[in-house]
Write a protein that binds this ligand. Structure first.
Ligand code: PLP
Length: 230
């Protein structure tokens, strides 16, 4: 089933790129493997996808340990400062930075290991009470504050759009995030490049691609419904 699902998602991504006049290479598919066992990840790996997203540090490090080292891990969930040390040298990208304290902790751990850690800023684009992330208008001052940290590099923005039945409802949020990305890029802040827009999940990744997403995070659409009880 996973292979068929993945083929369908790849076709949808391709079609969305065509509709938007974009090159398929501009969009990276991240297979969100949280709650799914290593055997399911291996099935996806066999199809040539090497980018995987996890939202929990412990789950990520356990899977990291047993899977090949040449695949790329994305930490997409809320990250506590005391857990940074477990993942800073294992992940390709941390998508969920939303406080100076967290940015500082990542910088410190990265410096200890003599690595540069790539991060995204999580933006609460629809100002939902239930979501992490900083508000759009606070992103610029936030970046000025963290640009002094030399062992992190801000690659762009991430958002988790509202849960909606009709993905069209999220179009304006994706558009707003893209515009914010462009506005900030023009300011040329130290250590901030703004080439990555991580937005779009199973319910809305096609709209997100039409609005400029460079990374989409698809879980259910590939692995099927998650079972949180196992
Ligand atoms: C779980 C999760 C996803 C994937 O969600 P699906 O709706 O299953 O595609 C994407 N992004 C984040 C941050 C998540 O936690």
């Amino acid at each position: 089933m996973i292979k068929e699902n993945l083929t369908k998602v790849q076709e949808n991504i391709q079609a969305a790129c065509i509709r938007a006049g974009r090159n398929r290479k501009e969009v990276t598919l991240i297979a969100v493997s949280k709650t799914n066992p290593v055997s399911c990840i291996e099935e996806v790996l066999e199809e040539g996808v090497i980018e995987f997203g996890e939202n929990k540090v412990q789950e990520l490090t356990e899977k990291y340990r047993v899977l090949p080292k040449d695949l790329n891990w994305h930490l997409i969930g809320h990250l506590q400062t005391n857990k940074v040390k477990y993942i800073v040298d294992k992940v390709k990208l941390i998508h969920s930075v939303d406080s100076v304290r967290l940015a500082e902790a990542i910088d410190k751990e990265a410096a200890k290991r003599n690595v540069i850690c790539d991060i995204l800023i999580e933006v609460n684009i629809a100002k939902e009470d239930s979501k992490y992330g900083i508000f759009a208008e606070d992103v610029y001052p936030f970046l000025l504050e963290i640009s002094k940290f030399k062992n992190i590099r801000v690659k762009g923005l991430m958002t988790i759009a509202p849960f909606v039945e009709n993905p069209e409802k999220n179009r304006e949020h994706f558009r707003n995030l893209r515009q914010l990305n462009i506005d900030i890029k023009l300011k040329n802040i130290d250590n901030v490049s703004m080439d990555v827009l991580s937005m779009g999940m199973t319910g809305d990744y096609e709209v997100a691609i039409e609005e400029g997403a460079t990374m989409v995070r698809v879980g259910t659409g590939i692995f099927g419904e998650r079972n949180y009880t196992i």
